[in-house]
Design a protein around this ligand. Structure first.
Ligand code: C5P
Length: 207
């Protein structure tokens, strides 16, 4: 069984994905980490993440070690990720890895923006996790402060809005809820409640 989870930044999709993977003993792929790794590589080269050629080269030659670098979690790497993610050749370079990961038995959980629509359109279960942008900004602010990054709410909110618009507005594989996906709004849910709803959907299709 392939479980495809999509949604905007800080919606809770990563937590839901991790917990579903643990529950079913499936491997989990956070596909955002791939785009963050490409974005961070470009930044470290002193290049502009909007530079399509630089981004493509970084994606084609991606060093897997950078995926484990905690710095990919920074706000800067997230913004760079959504810039390199616009480039079709970058997405293409990361496609086979994601599909191979999903195809291995007994199944997998993948989370991202285009899992249900592009990477695994045949996934048995599709969930689109979302939450209000204000709630997502609160969560992201807490996370950044917890990691010792300097952050203020207004800036985090503006950055999320900008990233949402870029991710939903791009031509290639835009962030969108698949027609057959279950919409899970976590605005008023804690992690346990969100997981319980996701699990009920995956187990017996409860919406
Ligand atoms: O999920 P996360 O915030 O780590 O993703 C970082 C960025 O990577 C997103 O804003 C998006 O632009 C890009 N991304 C994507 N497709 C995916 C996963 C992430 O375009 N499947």
């Amino acid at each position: 069984m392939i479980i495809a989870i999509d949604g905007p930044a800080a919606s809770g999709k990563g937590t839901v994905a991790k917990r579903l993977a643990a529950h079913f003993a499936y491997p989990h792929l956070d596909t955002g980490a791939l785009y963050r790794a490409v974005g961070l590589t470009v930044l470290r080269q002193g290049l502009d993440p909007n530079d399509a050629a630089a981004a493509t080269e970084a994606a084609r030659g991606l060093d897997p070690a950078i995926i484990d670098d905690p710095e990919i979690r920074s706000g800067e790497a997230g913004a760079a990720a959504s810039k390199v993610a616009i480039v079709g050749a970058v997405r293409e370079a990361l496609l086979a890895f994601q599909r191979d990961f999903a195809a291995r038995p007994p199944g997998a959980v993948l989370d991202g923006r285009d899992i249900a629509t592009v990477i695994c359109p045949g996934a048995e279960r599709k969930i689109f996790v979302t939450a209000s942008v204000e709630e997502r900004a609160n969560r992201r602010l807490k996370e950044l402060l917890g990691r010792g990054e300097a952050a203020i709410y207004a800036r985090v909110l503006a950055d999320l809005r900008e990233r949402d618009a870029r991710d939903a507005g791009r031509e290639d594989a835009p962030m969108i809820q698949a027609a057959d996906a279950y919409l899970l709004d976590t605005t008023t849910l804690d992690a346990d409640q969100a997981f319980a709803k996701a699990l009920a959907f995956v187990t017996d299709g409860t919406r």
